[in-house]
Design a protein around this ligand. Structure first.
Ligand code: HEM
Length: 155
């Protein structure tokens, strides 16, 4: 046992076509640790990274629209972590696969999406704003659920 060492493991599940592994929601503790403001900042960082990323073509082309999209996404993540159901209130039922259907989400797009999410999580890890256990559970959730969003095979 490496006492005191971080237990965090930002591994990425290999994509297997047609297999959507069971999804476990993140620990509510992640939201409790970072707070709504922390979640909104996290999604803002993430969407600003997406805005300049190799998958930017999938997303809104102007910065303000991208900021807004990031906050709808934050609404969802607050809700999925057991917080106030803002997403249901503003957008309706999540139906994430259906909402992603208009976009060509390939296995490679998922990889970019996850790597950028890991970068956006870095300040939370560095500042120890949440426990390793809670950060890990959040990562495990997006690692698995992002497979479900893939709807297009590589060209
Ligand atoms: C696999 C990689 C993914 C890609 C490339 C992707 C891409 C997109 C795109 C292009 C949009 C529309 C623009 C926007 O409103 O942001 C979107 C919306 C959204 N995505 Fe994803 N997404 C991915 C995975 C996920 C996952 C795993 C989740 C949740 C755990 C998620 C949650 C959302 C939410 C909440 C919205 C906003 C929907 C709305 O407001 O109507 N996405 N995503």
């Amino acid at each position: 046992m490496q006492f005191g060492a971080s237990m965090l493991e930002f591994s990425i599940l290999a994509y297997q076509e047609g297999i959507n592994p069971p999804v476990t929601k993140p620990n509510p503790g992640f939201l409790i640790d970072i707070g709504e403001e922390g979640m909104r900042n996290l999604l803002d960082r993430f969407y600003m990274k997406l805005f300049e990323s190799p998958i930017k073509e999938l997303f809104p082309k102007d910065r303000d629209a991208m900021k807004k999209a990031g906050q709808f996404s934050a609404d969802f993540f607050i809700q999925i972590c057991g917080g106030i159901p803002y997403f249901n209130q503003t957008r309706g039922a999540p139906q994430m696969r259906g909402r992603h259907a208009p976009f060509r989400i390939t296995p490679t797009a998922r990889l970019h999406w996850l790597v950028l999410f890991e970068e956006a999580l870095e300040p939370i890890v560095q500042n120890k704003s949440s426990s390793d256990e809670n950060i890990q559970s959040f990562w495990n959730y997006i690692n698995v659920f992002s497979q479900w969003m893939i709807n297009t095979q590589e060209a």
